[in-house]
Design a binder for this molecule. Structure first.
Ligand code: ADP
Ligand code: XUL
Length: 582
């Protein structure tokens, strides 16, 4: 037993607000969900948002109603909220909420006798009724200007962890400053969705949390502060001092648990929370996901959904315009890398279909080919990008090559291999190999240059040119697989062989990962803050010790070292193939 009572994790995502309760043994005790379209139909959202052309946004009032509703559901279910010791959670990333001048006072005077949150705060507390959503793509002009000011995409990624993206908060704020002067002028404070929710629970305006701030294109990750020249370009004629003030001057740091306050009286009197219930900073949903597992540095989470997303804990600050780095939300001196591929499951499905008859969607033929050791794919390589790809950044293309394994030179392009079974094996190999070379610069540890005449050869991927040994000899600590295709043994085994984790490969089902990450952060933060655990017990060591391991299924991979070694021969040919795509 680690803690008494309950710990809540809220997850305000695009389509729903979920609230999960765990006990001190990390067991889930209760869940409630508010589905925006279904439970709050009077906002007329479609999948939680309003879309008009490139503009995608969410009504802030709907979120306020959802907060009351989720706690009403808890109360209605007879759950004793007075036993909740601490709350944290996660929210959709990049979205921004614009609090009107005077909102701080309104928040302070929240009172349950005056009705609910929406009546007391909305719309008077906000200079904009809506919050830009991460699916918005209306800020092309602002992105160009921000990258130009920084000195190019690489430079911006170096400072903020990412190149400019439509959805990132800096370009969104810049668009509002340009197009909605009155709204911008009337704004006292700008929150991310995560700091908005934290502010509501504490009934005071709190600064943006540092890890989530890395999704803004304004925050200098190494210098740990908002970047002066980016503030300048984003604020335009309103000036950088004014914008810095709107951003509360600084962020809430992530290097140790920060108590944001106790839960507001409004929630105490309305729902029966204990007035001592502690609120710890909320973060972004991807950041909370890595907090839902016992991940430490050099551990990788591979999400095999419609697209493939790789989340990784790293202590190497190695930014790239092709992916994102964020400060880690709970481990000091670590970062989270997020690598998003467009072509994941859908590309595999196309190959699967080519092996089946009668429009069968069975994976049996595909899986047999992937695991068929007698199917020789040495000297063969391909990329299958039916959609334009982010990593590497290229238009839609499928290309198959034969290469010479001795000198790694591409010999010729072919329209087909011997048969479609080769495609099944090679698509999984090449997807996994692409991930292996992208995570390599983010892995710490020694580079082994022995026994390989190629180790000094310079190899190029994306924006990097590094020695072959950098790509070939580093191994992750552990790999965790989640998402729809992680059910597939063949895919998961092949990814495991190519990535070559030193300390195991695991699979788990994670329907609640964002909210659960919030629960775990609330539990650890509260025990740490109340000195019930030693302050040397870091978040990762805490989870590694107490995480309920029955949730994890270990994937057995025979001869993993030998198989991982063998795949290094495809690294240089892949680099050459990718060069040809540009
Ligand atoms: P999303 O990312 O949209 O939330 P999921 O995580 O549910 O999606 O993953 C959906 C994908 O999982 C589908 O595109 C499908 O190809 C893939 N998938 C589901 N089951 C299997 C399986 N047994 N083998 C391979 N792929 C699978
Ligand atoms: C991440 C992103 C999405 C949202 C979804 O950069 O835009 O994953 O966080 O909620």
């Amino acid at each position: 037993m680690q803690g008494e009572g309950y710990y809540l994790g809220l997850d305000l995502s695009t389509q729903q607000l979920k609230c999960l309760a765990i006990d001190g043994d990390m067991q889930i005790k209760h869940t409630e969900v508010v589905d925006f379209d279904r439970d709050l139909p009077h906002y007329n959202t479609h999948k939680g948002v309003y879309s008009h052309g490139d503009v995608v946004e969410c009504p802030v009032g709907m979120w306020l109603e959802a907060i009351d509703l989720v706690f009403e559901k808890y109360k209605g279910a007879g759950f004793d909220l007075s036993q909740v010791k601490a709350i944290s959670g996660s929210c959709q990333q990049h979205g921004s909420v614009y609090w009107k001048t005077g909102a701080g006072d309104l928040l302070q005077h929240l009172n349950d006798a005056n009705g609910n949150l929406v009546d007391q705060l909305y719309p008077d507390g906000f200079s904009r009724k809506t919050a830009p959503n991460w699916q918005d793509h209306s800020t092309g002009k602002q992105c160009t200007q921000i990258e130009k000011k920084a000195g190019g995409p690489e430079k911006l990624a170096e400072i903020t962890g990412s190149r400019a993206h439509f959805r990132f908060t800096g370009p969104q704020i810049m668009k509002i400053a340009e197009n909605e002067e009155d709204n911008y002028k009337n704004t006292e404070t700008i929150s991310l969705v995560s700091s908005f929710l934290t502010s509501i629970l504490c009934a005071k305006l709190v600064p943006i949390e540092e890890a989530d701030a890395c999704g803004m294109n304004i925050y200098d990750i190494k210098a740990k502060g908002y970047d002066d020249s980016l503030l300048d370009v984003i604020s335009g004629k309103f000036g950088k001092e004014d914008l810095l003030k709107k951003l509360s001057g600084s962020v809430t740091k992530c290097n140790s648990p920060q108590l944001m306050g106790n839960i507001a009286n409004y929630f105490v009197s309305k729902y029966g929370f204990d007035s001592e219930c502690a609120i710890y900073p909320f973060t972004g949903d991807n950041l909370a996901t890595i907090c839902s597992l016992p991940l430490e540095k050099n551990d990788i989470l591979v999400s095999l959904g419609t697209s493939t997303t790789i989340l990784m804990v790293t202590d190497q600050y190695h930014p790239s315009p092709n992916y994102h780095l964020f400060t880690h939300p709970a481990i000091a001196n670590c970062y989270m890398a997020m690598i998003c591929y467009c072509n994941g499951s859908l590309a595999r499905e196309k190959v699967r279909d080519s092996l089946n008859e009668n429009q069968s969607t069975s994976w049996t033929n595909f899986d047999e080919a992937v695991l068929d050791e007698s199917l020789d794919t040495s000297g063969e390589l391909a990329v299958y990008f039916p959609l334009g790809e982010i990593v590497p950044s290229v238009d839609a293309i499928t290309k198959r090559v034969l290469y010479d394994p001795k000198n790694c030179e591409i010999v010729k392009y072919v329209d087909k291999f011997d048969n479609n079974r080769h495609d099944a094996k090679i698509i999984v190999e090449s997807q996994a190999l692409s991930a292996r070379v992208r995570v390599a610069p983010l892995l710490s540890g020694t580079v082994d240059e022995s026994n390989d005449e190629k180790s000094e050869t310079m190899v190029h991927f994306d924006y990097d040119s590094m020695k072959f040994s950098e790509y070939s000899s580093k191994r992750p600590n552990r790999v965790y697989f989640v998402g729809g295709a992680s059910k597939n043994d063949a895919i998961v085994k092949k990814f495991s062989e190519v990535l070559g984790a030193k300390n195991g490969n695991f699979r788990l089902e994670t329907p609640n990962s964002c909210a659960l990450g919030g629960c775990f952060k609330a539990l650890w933060s509260d025990l740490w803050k109340k000195k019930k655990i030693d302050e040397k017990v870091t978040f990762d060591s805490f989870l590694n010790r107490y995480f309920p391991t029955d949730e994890l299924e270990e994937i057995k991979v025979d001869d993993i070292t030998k198989k991982w070694e063998a795949y290094k021969d495809k690294i240089i040919p892949l680099s050459k193939l990718e060069e040809e795509l540009k």
